[in-house]
Design a protein around this ligand. Structure first.
Ligand code: ZN
Ligand code: ZN
Length: 300
């Protein structure tokens, strides 16, 4: 089941990777020119983006593989493993930044607001900002939560760099060099927060958490309004695996109904559900009426 938007996803992941490498190089140069710990931590934050982009690229390619005999449910969960790896790297980056910030706080070393260093950092941030804006816009247009959240994550990077730059200038202007490591520690907190968000999302996916209540309500409504001829539906279970939504439920029909008629109801419901959600794997278990629980959705 190759979806047409897959190549776009791969192109986007590639572009994100190239931009992340460019931004990392620029931020590294800025940190080296100024000697600022805060700018150094800002560069480390970009390492996170490079790792994230590499793993996202691998996950996008893996998820696109068709299901086979050994993996009959497909490769959709590949992206949750990648998210776990990303989470670990993000935590490592945060620890490194905390360590550097501590060292610089205990024994402050002089640094300069080297105009070239500051300028290079501003250019790197402008690239990040433009890409973040584009990702959020594209994510909204394509209704891709993943793209939109990537863009929002990048945007927090932009904001923290703006804060770091302001702090570096303030530290040089006031001569209070401790401002620099304090800012670095704040950047580390931001890095830890984004790591937590990534881990939380992957745990939700790995544990097969049900789709959100609003979406579930839509699914229930579609089942009950398209099941003419059936008596009720119950034991509805849903889960999301990457781009694929899995929906299962029991459908109670009159015991005398033919298999053909019952199957036609199933096909009608499946078609309506597929219209409502992008990609769905739907399994319906048909039961005769003495199995009715009278606790599920009552079909009119
Ligand atoms: Zn049942
Ligand atoms: Zn069938």
């Amino acid at each position: 089941m190759q979806t047409p938007q897959m190549p776009i996803a791969i192109r986007l992941a590639l572009a994100s990777l190239v931009l992340a490498v460019v931004v990392l190089a620029l931020k590294g140069v800025a940190a080296w020119l100024t000697g600022s710990v805060a700018l150094y931590s800002d560069a480390l934050e970009s390492v996170v983006n490079v790792v994230t982009a590499i793993v996202a690229l691998m996950a996008v390619r893996l998820s696109a593989r068709p299901a086979n005999a050994a993996l009959p449910y497909g490769y959709y969960k590949a992206e949750y493993f990648s998210a776990v790896i990303i989470g670990i790297f993000i935590a490592l980056a945060a620890v490194l930044i905390f360590y550097e910030a501590y060292r610089a706080f205990v024994s402050p070393h002089p640094f300069t607001a080297d105009p070239l260093g500051i300028g290079v950092s501003v250019v790197a941030t402008a690239i990040n900002g433009a890409w973040a804006y584009w990702l959020v816009r594209l994510g909204r247009r394509e209704k891709s939560v993943a793209l939109e959240s990537d863009g929002k994550h990048l945007w927090t990077d932009v904001l923290s760099t703006v804060g770091v730059l302001a702090g570096v200038l303030l530290a040089v202007a006031t001569g209070i060099h401790q401002i620099d490591p304090i800012l670095a520690a704040l950047v580390a907190l931001n890095v830890l927060w984004s790591g937590w968000q990534v881990l939380r999302q992957s745990v939700v996916g790995l544990m097969d958490v049900a789709v959100d209540p609003k979406q579930l309500a839509v699914i229930k409504e579609l089942i009950s309004s398209n099941a003419d001829g059936a008596i009720e539906a119950h034991d509805i279970r849903t889960r999301q695996a990457g781009p694929m939504m899995f929906i299962e439920f029991h459908l109670v029909v009159p015991g005398t109904m033919s298999v053909e008629a019952a199957h036609a109801i199933c096909d009608r419901i499946e078609a309506k559900l597929r219209e409502a959600v992008d990609e769905a794997t739907i399994t319906i278990h048909v039961e005769p009426e003495e199995k009715a629980k009278h606790s599920g959705i009552v079909v009119v």
